[in-house]
Design a protein around this ligand. Structure first.
Ligand code: ZN
Length: 440
């Protein structure tokens, strides 16, 4: 299965009206999925009750709430905790939103990116055709999310505007990309350029090292790792087991290629090692997107944490089985970037199974929030959607999934990441304990 946002949301219409509100971003995705036509009818009813045009209504918190309420009504399952009052009265929706805002949640976005470098990506000059598949995908996604220039808007500057200022995100974790064979011999996102994010917002960002590709040579890989730690003071790694060398990829449990990296990471004091798993898009080979190599490495390096980014979706059950059948494990983590965003609006049942499987098998202490922004533009609609998302009772009963309680949401949103990245000093705000305003 190839992830392509336009395949996933067949009815998606790109707006030409400039940047969308975060709510409109979310609502557009609801309307673009297979339930879109039905959702539209429901939304129109609420827009009429609010005495607003559909166009204006969609940009409000009520429009977004109306889309979620429509999903509950169409499916007959309670995926979203949302009320009719919220869906037809923008003032009520706003009140609820403000009451739930900043201060109530400590949100660590474990998965963010800048996606532009100074040299840019010029086909045939510094980017191969294969390299362009990936750039084009990110570019299309960004444009659909209200970034008029796609990847060119996924800059250091906009990282701050969209993620740190424009959303309720407290701390954002980010990483560079490698694949230099496809990008003119220079990493797709070089660490020296993305380090500017850390320099600009030192207290609100965590920088991971990346682009380590052992198929480029073991000595070089280990030297780069050391340089990342000494020069850039990285807080962990996020790697890709697909690569752009002739070998196309490698595995975390390769004792010759990979174990020296983990041994060195351990010596250098790095604890958190992430990897893109699942979502086998662009030039990425699907076989390296499975998480089976985490099995041995988790046992052999029990003092390191291994994090499957994207939760290995759509192979998340394979990931979950690595803990479901080996409950003794304490170092296997997952992160929901893009997987949540791609499923919550158009395939809510799949989203509930995804979160349910992870929470049941890996456990609520091992699932972390992430949005893959700025690829998805401003992450706020994802935050709002997760605040309201529920695992319906039928699935709780039929699959033994835990209910998505406020306590579990606080763990996923921030306290799990805060624990492993030692973000306590930044976590001045306790997780949600204050009673919520409930619409009447
Ligand atoms: Zn990503």
């Amino acid at each position: 299965m190839e992830f392509n946002v336009f395949e996933h949301f067949k009815g998606y219409k790109r707006t030409t009206n400039g940047p969308l509100t975060p709510e409109e971003q979310g609502t557009s995705l609801f309307l673009a999925g297979h339930m879109g036509p039905e959702i539209r009818e429901h939304v129109d009813v609420h827009a009429a009750k609010a005495r607003m045009s559909r166009r204006n209504f969609l940009g409000t918190a009520s429009g977004f709430a109306a889309a979620m309420l429509a999903v509950n009504e169409i499916t007959g399952m309670k995926f979203f905790e949302v009320t009719a009052a919220e869906a037809m009265d923008p003032a009520a929706a706003k009140e609820i939103k403000v009451a739930r805002k900043a201060g109530l949640d400590f949100i660590v976005d474990a998965h963010t990116h800048i996606c532009w470098r100074r040299d840019g990506y010029i086909p045939g000059v510094n980017t191969t055709e294969r390299g362009m598949w990936f750039v084009q995908l990110l570019d299309d996604l960004g444009k659909a999310m209200g970034l008029p220039n796609g990847t060119k808007d996924m800059t250091v500057e906009n990282f701050g505007k969209l993620i740190l200022e424009g959303s309720d995100t407290s701390v954002a974790i980010f990483n560079p990309f490698g694949f230099r064979e496809d990008y003119g011999g220079k990493d797709m996102i070089p660490i020296e350029e993305q380090a500017e994010v850390k320099q600009r917002w030192p207290d609100r960002t965590v920088m991971l090292g990346g682009g380590l590709t052992p198929n480029q040579g073991r000595g070089e890989t280990l030297d780069r790792l050391q340089m990342f730690v000494e020069k850039y003071k990285i807080s962990g790694l996020k790697l890709y087991t697909f690569d752009s060398t002739a070998k196309r990829g490698w595995w975390f449990d390769d004792q010759k290629l990979a174990y020296p990296i983990w041994e060195k990471a351990r010596k250098l004091g790095l604890k958190n090692i992430g990897c893109h798993k699942g979502i086998p898009f662009g030039q990425f080979m699907a076989r390296y997107a499975h998480a089976e190599d985490f099995d041995a490495v988790c046992d052999d390096f029990p003092d390191l944490n291994f994090i499957a980014y994207h939760s290995a979706w759509p192979y998340h059950s394979e990931l979950a089985a690595l803990k479901g059948f080996k409950p003794q494990r304490k170092n296997l983590y997952s992160e929901v970037g893009s997987s949540f965003a791609a499923t919550v609006t158009s395939r809510p049942l799949e989203c509930a199974h995804l979160l349910g499987t992870l929470l049941r098998d890996l456990g609520p202490d091992y699932v972390m929030w992430g949005t893959d922004s700025a690829l998805w533009g401003n992450p706020q609609w994802q935050i709002e959607a997760f605040r309201k998302f529920q695992i319906p009772d039928q699935l709780v009963e039929g699959h033994g999934y835990p209910k998505l309680t406020d306590e579990i949401k606080a763990k996923v949103f921030g306290s799990n990441a805060a624990r492993i990245w030692n973000l306590k000093s930044m976590a001045s705000v306790p997780p949600a304990e204050t009673p919520r305003v409930v619409a009447v």
